[in-house]
Design a protein around this ligand. Structure first.
Ligand SMILES: NC(=O)c1ccc[n+]([C@@H]2O[C@H](COP(=O)([O-])OP(=O)(O)OC[C@H]3O[C@@H](n4cnc5c(N)ncnc54)[C@H](O)[C@@H]3O)[C@@H](O)[C@H]2O)c1
Length: 368
């Protein structure tokens, strides 16, 4: 049973990029330093776990999850392993009654996601699942404005959810990015998940999916960094485009690819019957209103919009996942980044694959 008054004891699974990078979790735990105790970190590359333990102040380092769960006293485990390992590892974590921070996606199949949710509930474990975007001020503010009917009934949205792929930029990638391109992972699960999380976070659960998906080139070459020149066999689709039907003639088109070297369009554009809204991720929200003033249409240029900045959120970066879990456990809150939302996102991603393979529209069953 978690003692919610003392600092919550944190274990980390996976000491790779999202654990240790400047924008990742471990360097950004400062704002919640008093609320957590850094206990243990595990990675099959034990040297990597030990290095991270030294760098960030964890007491114990392990090469295996089971060993960490058997030996260390933990309240929370953050699962930062590669995508294809999430089902098996998260299940073990919640079986032991540990609260779980899961990197995206929640699991590989709907059965896995259901099992993780059910086992967690039976063992009193709370789950927070990435992406964190619906905790970021521009998305929260967009949600408020949509709920206030600011742009009227939403007709459709365009959602960008791609980059050039790990190792696809000139800076390369700190660790071998091969697994990102292979079966069990791929850009739909790695990147498409952001757009799905965002648009369903803003508009609510989707009802149907229709998709095209494929592999653009069978071999990719890492462009820079320590793995420069590594040739990667691409076995997961790296180019998925899909449409979501939210019912009532509200649609969204979303991409989840490793094929976007650059883009100048907003990350999300939402078009409503009374206006439009642009989101850029971490920069301000833009709102266009029909009849912004009597007889005047136009973009609204606020003098001051305090809800769009939050210094604490800026400082936390990816560690906001741990912050959110601590807040939910201590204050008995249901997470905004809930396992049910993550399961709905997973169902959409699985439906994308089915729709593209079978050339049909797929009905969705889950909600959140
Ligand atoms: N890299 C990013 O910029 C980024 C950003 C956001 C989210 N993520 C997500 O974070 C997760 C991890 O990605 P990453 O980029 O950090 O990967 P990575 O390849 O850089 O690191 C993964 C780490 O997990 C370790 N690992 C492998 N098998 C393990 C096991 N069974 N138990 C424990 N550790 C194991 C590896 O040795 C490695 O140190 C993925 O879900 C990814 O989608 C990554």
């Amino acid at each position: 049973m978690t003692d919610t008054k003392s600092p919550l004891r944190l274990g980390i699974l996976g000491a790779g990029t999202i654990a240790t990078a400047g924008y990742g979790i471990l360097p950004n735990l400062g704002p919640i330093g008093d609320e957590i105790e850094l206990v243990a970190i595990a990675d099959p590359v034990l040297e990597r776990a030990k290095q991270a333990a030294d760098d960030f102040g964890f007491r114990e380092a392990y090469s295996d999850l089971r060993e960490m769960l058997d030996s260390a006293e933990l309240d929370i485990v953050a699962n930062l392993t590669p995508i294809f390992l999430h089902s098996e590892t998260s299940r073990l974590i919640v079986e032991r009654g540990k609260h779980l921070v899961s990197e995206k996606p929640l699991g590989a199949t709907m059965e896995d996601a259901d099992a993780i949710i059910e086992i967690a509930a039976a063992n009193g474990a709370t789950i927070v699942c990435a992406p964190p975007d619906m905790l970021f001020p521009p998305y929260m503010e967009a949600r408020r404005l949509l709920d206030e009917n600011t742009i009227g009934k939403v007709a459709f949205a365009r959602v960008r959810s791609s980059h050039a792929g790990p190792g696809g930029g000139p800076g390369g990638w700190p660790l071998d990015p091969t697994w990102f391109y292979q079966k069990g992972s791929g850009p739909l699960l790695d990147m498409g998940v952001y757009g799905i999380h965002e648009i369903t976070g803003l508009l609510g659960p989707a009802k149907r999916v229709s998709a095209f998906s494929g592999i653009t080139e069978p071999i990719r070459t890492v462009r820079g960094g320590p793995f420069k020149g590594t040739e990667i066999e691409v076995t997961a689709d790296d180019n998925s485009l899909f449409m979501l039907d939210f019912g009532g003639s509200t649609f969204a088109v979303v991409d989840g690819t490793f094929n976007v070297h650059a883009a100048k369009s907003p990350k999300l554009e939402i078009f409503g019957r009374r206006g439009a809204m642009n989101l850029y991720g971490d920069s301000p929200l833009e709102v266009y209103r029909a009849d912004a003033a009597p007889g005047v249409d136009g973009w609204i240029t606020p003098n001051y919009w305090p809800a769009l900045s939050d210094e604490r959120v800026d400082k936390l970066q990816r560690a906001i996942l741990v912050d959110h879990l601590v807040d939910c456990v201590r204050n008995d809150k249901h997470p905004v980044l809930s396992a049910e939302h993550a399961r709905h996102a997973l169902e959409i991603m699985l439906a994308v694959t089915t729709s593209a393979r079978e050339g049909k529209v797929v009905e969705l069953k889950t909600t959140f």
